[in-house]
Design a binder for this molecule. Structure first.
Ligand SMILES: [Fe+2]
Length: 275
């Protein structure tokens, strides 16, 4: 390997050193980074501030970029990027924006083809709090009691942006509200590794195909409680100059949303398509 990979968590998360991500990656390094991404699920590159163009180039080394379902966060110059922020248009810290992403979820799971990866690059981080948590859904499945796993195997779940709560959210844009439900296997094979993982999540899953609401909710709640166990998790504390990329096919993530100082938190975000 032309790069060094340092594990940061037992369940997932590793730091990659020895690669300059502000420049196009040589093919050998790109392959090694992609393998480290498959092996560790979440990668962090530290102390490398990127321009917006640099972020596009870095994220594109993992695949084709796709725009987010919401248009209002688009980057002014690069429509492949969004600016993820807890600030409103006036630059004030907004409680609604601060709550975004605080539930365990995977990005773009409400699309026919869920995202391969999401990458965040720090623009501005608070002095304390505002961490991101990750959970390894391969591990959650592999350690799951057989009695629970057997109830999930062969089943499909339905997804919508915002999940069950979406109908009541007045602040959702029209394209978010009108998006049709999509179905995915609850136990889903990874498109690169073919390993299976749990694919449902508390933020965007609506129900289970062929089950009534009560039965589906009970099964989903039991599954979430299992998947949230601490042994499947890692926490990333952001430092300025960090770029993180994670595999949406086999990991949950959430913002801790515990920024006590109400300070701005801003990232460049790119989403890598899986086709
Ligand atoms: Fe997210």
């Amino acid at each position: 390997m032309s790069i060094e990979v340092r594990k940061l968590g037992d369940a997932l998360l590793a730091e990659v050193v020895g690669v300059d991500i502000s420049k196009p990656l040589p093919e050998e390094a790109r392959k090694d980074v992609y393998q480290a991404f498959l092996d560790n699920v979440v990668l962090v590159f530290r102390d490398q501030p990127l321009t917006a163009a640099g972020m596009v180039q870095f994220a594109e080394s993992f695949g084709r970029l796709e725009p987010h379902i919401t248009k209002k966060y688009n980057h002014p110059e690069f429509d492949q990027l969004i600016v993820l922020t807890n600030q409103n248009e006036k630059g004030e810290v907004d409680p609604f924006e601060s709550k975004r992403g605080n539930k365990w979820h995977t990005d773009m799971c409400y699309r026919e083809v869920p995202a391969r990866a999401t990458s965040l690059h720090t623009l501005q981080i608070p002095d304390a709090g505002g961490d991101t948590l990750f959970a390894n859904m391969y591990r959650a499945l592999e350690a799951m009691p057989a009695s629970l796993r057997s109830r999930l195997e062969g089943r499909k779940a339905t997804f919508r942006y915002g999940g069950r709560a979406a109908d009541g959210q007045a602040r959702l844009e029209k394209n978010e509200q009108q998006a049709p439900l999509v179905a995915h296997p609850i136990v889903k094979p990874h498109t690169d590794t073919r390993r299976h993982s749990v694919f449902v999540n508390p933020a965007h899953t609506v129900g289970v195909v062929g089950m009534d609401d009560g039965e589906a909710l009970e099964l989903l709640e039991e599954t979430y409680a299992w998947c949230m166990r601490p042994e499947f998790r890692a926490r990333h504390k952001w430092r300025f100059g960090d770029t993180v990329i994670w595999d949406n096919r086999c990991a949950w993530h959430k913002a801790t949303g515990d920024n006590p100082l109400r300070q701005p938190r801003r990232f460049l975000r790119a989403t890598v398509a899986d086709n």
